[in-house]
Design a protein around this ligand. Structure first.
Ligand SMILES: Cc1cc2nc3c(=O)[nH]c(=O)nc-3n(C[C@H](O)[C@H](O)[C@H](O)COP(=O)(O)OP(=O)(O)OC[C@H]3O[C@@H](n4cnc5c(N)ncnc54)[C@H](O)[C@@H]3O)c2cc1C
Length: 440
């Protein structure tokens, strides 16, 4: 079999949100970047569909927002949850101070195809599909490239810097032997499609009742359904049979009565294993990890994609100039971790807090919502935190790559937003630290 040898300034492993955004930004900065993606296209269901105001803000800074809004999508102006048959609005994006006061529901393959198309306008953008990274190339303790397999043979990509964006099962971080801190997760997700009948809910809604939680993402003609189950319970669910699963779905969302008949085979139901973890160190000489490869996110709050994109922006801001001029980036790699770590920790901490409440959700029988919880939800006291974490991002990044100038008014608005975010983040950090210090 032939071995193709390539030299590039930056090799990005993984064409998910982090990898494609990073590739776009680096190529736009004049860097020669090769992105390796193991699949032959982006058409897979289990990628999450939410593009939050923080990401839309970045697209606006890049001058891509108008074109992006031409891609078919649905606007989401608020997030709601249905508890025991009653709906509660959790966050209203109209209250944000961002340019776009809505999130978009857009199949992730459309988002990735859009960014890829934009990236191809730059000569340095080299996206290679069906390239599976299999090993790191190292020399004197420094990562100097990646070996990948393709249908045509093997490829050796030599690079000044390798950036792992290969997601929560990252092979690269394993090859690099970077230490991972695991946080236990009590849930997994069953992921499947159900046809969407007319006059059924359009907004994203979580349904909680009878010890079950179902999230329905509206993709016009069908729902992408995420059924949250206890970690490790899929075999038991399978043993009970598809009919029991169909009944469970109808019990919490009765309007699915006709749609569930479409579920005829376990092949239609994918088990997505949820993880929550973080690398202690995100880098080694010649290598950086970002996105889920550095910190696997839970689906709770639907923020992982946006966090991965913010990582990509931070990495491009810090590294683009040095990469372009051929300087060593090793001394800059810790800055990327420093820039992103606190925000990642806070988001993961919030997700872990939410995980703890699954023990209440999984209690069998009809859900009892206490009057206090109802008051909290009705008065939307959690809205500022949710809006920051879910919508605008905790102190969002802004684009600072060569060739992109942020307008002063826009910059001011972002600075004000960032200040508000920092205040909330610090308040939240204080709250968490205070809880830690309290004796058991
Ligand atoms: C069940 C579930 C639902 C979720 N829903 C949402 C949601 O609605 N909204 C949201 O914001 N977040 C959601 N998340 C989290 C979100 O999916 C991740 O945080 C986000 O996708 C991370 O982006 P990434 O680019 O770092 O990695 P990924 O999206 O995982 O992309 C990694 C890419 O690398 C490629 N790859 C992997 N290994 C190799 C290799 N060896 N060689 C070449 N390519 C490789 C993969 O094919 C993939 O394209 C969900 C998570 C789960 C588990």
């Amino acid at each position: 079999m032939s071995v193709e040898a390539v030299h590039t300034q930056c090799c990005v492993v993984g064409g998910g949100p982090a990898g494609v955004m990073l590739g776009y930004l680096l190529a736009r900065s004049g860097v020669q970047v090769t992105i390796l993606e193991k699949h032959k296209d982006f058409f897979r269901d289990f990628r999450g569909d939410t593009v939050h105001p923080s990401t839309l803000e970045l697209l606006r800074e890049l001058g891509l927002l108008d074109a992006f809004l031409q891609v078919p999508h649905q606007k989401v102006t608020s997030v709601a949850v249905n508890l025991a048959g009653e709906s509660y609005e959790m966050a209203d994006f109209q209250d944000l101070h961002t340019y776009c006061r809505f999130a978009l529901l857009i199949p992730q393959w459309d988002f990735l195809n859009f960014l890829t198309e934009q990236g191809r306008a730059f000569p340095g953008f080299d996206l290679r599909m069906e390239h599976t990274a299999e090993a790191l190339i190292e020399s004197n303790g420094r990562v100097t490239g990646v070996r990948s397999k393709t249908p045509q043979g093997e490829t050796e990509i030599r690079a000044d810097l390798v950036i792992a964006c290969d997601g929560r099962h990252s092979l690269i971080r394993r090859c690099a032997q970077l230490a991972v801190k695991e946080f236990g997760v009590p849930i997994d997700v069953l992921w499947f499609r159900l046809p969407r009948e007319r006059d059924t809910p359009e907004q994203v809604l979580g349904y909680v009742n009878y010890g079950k939680l179902l999230v329905l993402i509206n993709r016009n003609t069908y729902y992408q359904a995420g059924f949250i189950i206890r970690k490790g319970s899929f075999d038991a669910i399978k043993e009970r049979g598809l009919d029991a699963l169909r009944q469970a779905l109808v019990q919490i969302a009765p309007f699915l009565r006709d749609s569930v008949d479409e579920l005829q085979d376990w092949e239609q139901v994918k088990l997505l294993s949820v993880q929550l973890n973080r690398l202690e160190r995100w880098y080694r000489p010649g290598l950086l990890c970002i996105g889920d490869a550095a910190h696997a996110m839970s689906p709770v709050f639907g923020v992982g994609i946006n966090l991965a994109i913010q990582d990509a922006v931070a990495a491009a801001n810090i590294l683009a100039r040095a990469l372009r001029s051929g300087e060593s980036t090793d001394r800059l790699l810790p800055l990327v971790q420093r820039d992103r770590e606190l925000r990642t920790r806070l988001t993961q901490r919030l997700q872990a807090l939410a995980h703890r409440n699954f023990k209440y959700i999984f209690r069998p029988g009809p859900l009892h919502v206490s009057p206090l919880v109802k008051i909290i939800l009705r008065t939307r006291v959690l809205q500022p935190v949710l809006l920051r974490v879910v919508g605008a991002g905790i102190v969002p990044e802004r684009i600072a790559i060569p060739g992109v100038r942020t307008r002063p008014a826009h910059l001011l608005a972002r600075r004000v937003g960032a200040l508000a975010g920092a205040t909330i983040a610090l308040g939240f950090a204080y709250f968490l630290l205070a809880r830690r210090r309290r004796p058991a």
